[in-house]
Design a protein around this ligand. Structure first.
Ligand SMILES: [Fe+2]
Length: 385
């Protein structure tokens, strides 16, 4: 392990350097606080042994600067000739982890470096475990997203587009913080997970065309989604947002008829993103006509502040539509992340995958399988950008 030694006294520096080498570590030396800080920035040693009083910046100031910038924990030990109890307390309160007085005893130094090593290793292990938890979180969300896609390709596409649009709304909304983005993204991707298991016909059916029983089934899907997701502890905040994604600003939504600000902000965003996506994809409303349709929903179904943001985004879409083009690609060459510009249909005309679907690994695989079975043509139209 690299250990940085900051010491202006050449004799002490040489002794510490030989101590570090003899216990099997790799010493890097600096002759003053400024040089030591520059070396730390460059090499990021996890253990720093430093004198207190040094030219330019002293050991405590260096410690303060390291703590300010440190994203991995650096274990800092002061080795000083200031040996009063007051000095030791001041040093430890200044943010260092350990304090050793000169002259340094080899055995004590070795034992204290071992403590530092243990702390650094524990921190590394903690980060590794945290990364695993984070990875599991995203894999679980992805698994549910794939399930929705397998249940109904169109519903899967809707969820992915809602997630993308929801994030765009959130980034423009003054009350949404960056920490909320991943929860919003997961909740948007999974907002209709409660539809799995319902008759597929309900996914595309207009609400006015549903029978009483169908309506009852349909209106249960947000709560059903909540029930599924809250089983997984780290998805509980997501499950709450899913539960309220059909609440309306005027209080006439479901399942609880919440009104205005009583509806969680992120659920209001998901709801608005769904409404926009339905206008565009389900009802094929041209971009130019969307503002009129959105204005009708302002203060009724949708939060007026979010409608304003959607109107801005719609203007961007109109602009993009004018400037973006599309290209033809062999089905074999399709990759994750490409976006279909036109529907892919079976030779008999049945829809396989709708336009605006962002291709996932599963989606690409599915199209290649359809091609192998000679059900679709070997070319797809995708957006250039
Ligand atoms: Fe829904």
């Amino acid at each position: 392990m690299k250990i940085l030694i900051a010491e202006d006294d050449i004799t002490v520096r040489t002794i510490l350097e030989s101590f570090v080498q003899s216990i099997g570590h790799d010493p890097i030396t600096a002759t003053d606080g400024r040089e030591a800080y520059e070396v730390w920035e460059l090499e990021h040693p996890r253990i720093v042994v430093t004198d207190w009083i040094m030219p330019y910046i002293d050991g405590l100031e260096m410690c303060r600067r390291i703590r300010e910038k440190d994203d991995r924990y650096t274990y800092i030990m002061i080795v000083s000739s200031q040996d009063s109890q007051q000095d030791i307390v001041r040093g430890l309160e200044g943010g260092v982890d350990d304090y050793l007085t000169k002259p340094v005893n080899y055995h004590e130094f070795k034992a204290r470096i071992e403590i530092g090593e243990r702390i650094v290793k524990l921190e590394t292990e903690l980060i590794r475990r945290f990364d695993t938890i984070k990875r599991n979180y995203f894999q679980t969300v992805k698994m549910f997203t794939n399930l929705i896609e397998i249940f109904d390709e169109e519903l899967g596409g809707h969820c992915r587009r809602v997630a993308e649009l929801g994030l765009r709304i959130a980034k423009r909304h003054p009350d949404v913080s960056e920490q909320d983005y991943s929860t919003l993204e997961a909740a948007s991707l999974l907002h209709d997970v409660g539809m799995i298991g319902l008759p597929n016909s309900l996914v595309t059916k207009r609400k006015v065309e549903m029978t009483h029983d169908e309506k009852k089934l349909y209106r249960a899907h947000p709560t059903q989604g909540e029930v599924i997701l809250k089983e997984i502890e780290f998805l509980r905040p997501v499950s709450r947002l899913v539960k309220y994604h059909h609440e309306q600003f005027n209080g006439r939504g479901f399942p609880e008829g919440l009104k205005g600000d009583d509806i969680p902000l992120l659920s209001r965003i998901i709801n608005a993103a769904c409404a926009y996506d339905d206008l565009l994809r389900k009802w094929r409303v041209p971009l130019e006509d969307i503002p009129v349709r959105l204005q009708r929903q302002r203060n009724y179904e949708l939060d007026p502040e979010i409608v304003d943001i959607l109107l801005e985004i719609n203007l961007d879409h109109i602009h993009n539509e004018e400037t973006k083009g599309w290209i033809e690609v062999d089905i074999d060459k399709l990759e994750n992340g490409m976006v279909l510009a036109k529907d892919i249909r079976m030779k008999r005309g049945a829809l396989v995958m709708p336009a605006d679907t962002e291709l996932s690994e599963y989606g690409v695989e599915k199209l290649k399988n359809f091609l192998d079975l000679a059900c679709i043509s070997n070319r797809a139209i995708i957006y250039k950008f």
